[in-house]
Design a protein around this ligand. Structure first.
Ligand SMILES: CCc1ccsc1-c1ccc(O)c(O)c1
Ligand SMILES: [Mn+2]
Ligand SMILES: [Mn+2]
Ligand SMILES: [Mn+2]
Length: 259
């Protein structure tokens, strides 16, 4: 739904705070740290420093404040007492609520040196998200976004997870529309200036198939191949979009003119 100027200001603040949590945690993502420790650091920063609320905690019963998805975990990984080890790749997914509005963003980190394969999967996944972001403007169709992500992933021999998608975002964590990371250009709903969305492709090195672990949260690749994800929250504008969760390590501008 279309945000008012006042709501857009609140989305800018929530998005900035979410981005700042990923900037804060970066030095702590090293071999030996547990994802529980990363969760605690992020939780305390969100609550005590940002005076914000971590959206995942108790969302549909999720037990922690962030999602930590390691290696073949596709998404919704639960922080635990397992230490990260050299070569691990991990997605940290942050959603904060500030003044009633949500900012939702995630990035990949590598522990020590990644394998060539892992580094390539991570690079292609971020490129797919960036290519999709560059397609967005008033009048873009959701299929235009899905196709460019799917095309980029499959061109590199990778696959796109189908069961989880991006979403509208605002006063609610998840709003209309569903933003599929696959599809056909020229199909689907038309984007309008003032809408806020996330684009959050999950790309697998192997087959697209996923399965849910017994904890009823952790989603893993069926073939145990690596999976990577990036997520930004964006505001649709007449000529393109504004990336509300941009970080200093991003290699795309905050204000994007659609190509
Ligand atoms: C842990 C939060 C959660 C629970 C059910 S779906 C979900 C989730 C996690 C990350 C997201 O980016 C998202 O949009 C939803
Ligand atoms: Mn997220
Ligand atoms: Mn999301
Ligand atoms: Mn992963």
């Amino acid at each position: 739904i279309i945000k008012t100027p006042e709501e857009i200001e609140k989305m800018r603040l929530a998005g900035r705070l979410a981005a700042e949590v990923l900037e804060m945690i970066e030095p702590y993502v090293v071999a030996g740290v547990t994802t529980d420790e990363l969760n605690s650091r992020c939780h305390d920063y969100i609550v005590n420093v940002q005076q914000a609320t971590p959206a995942p905690l108790n969302y549909h019963g999720f037990p922690k404040s962030i999602c930590t998805s390691v290696n073949h975990v596709i998404c919704h990984g639960i922080p635990n007492d397992k230490p990260l080890k050299d070569g691990d790749i991990i997605n940290i997914d942050i959603t904060v609520i500030k003044d009633g509005y949500h900012g939702d963003t995630s990035r990949m980190f590598v522990v020590g040196e990644p394998s060539i394969l892992a580094a390539r999967l991570i690079k292609v996944t971020q490129e797919a998200m960036y290519l999709a972001i560059k397609k967005v403007k008033d009048g873009t169709r959701l299929g235009d976004i899905g196709q460019v992500i799917q095309q980029h992933a499959e061109k590199h021999g990778y696959s796109v997870v189908r069961e989880y998608c991006g979403h509208g975002i605002g006063a609610e964590f998840h709003e209309e529309p569903q933003v599929l990371h696959y599809g056909r250009a020229g199909t689907g709903e038309v984007l309008k200036a003032g809408m806020c969305l996330t684009i959050e492709p999950m790309i697998n090195a192997g087959a697209r198939h996923s399965k849910l672990l017994k904890d009823d949260w952790t989603v893993v690749t069926k073939d145990r191949s690596l999976s990577a994800q990036y997520e930004h929250t964006i505001l649709v504008t007449e000529t393109g979009c504004e990336i509300l969760t941009l970080r200093s390590d991003d290699t795309i501008e905050r204000i994007v003119s659609a190509e």
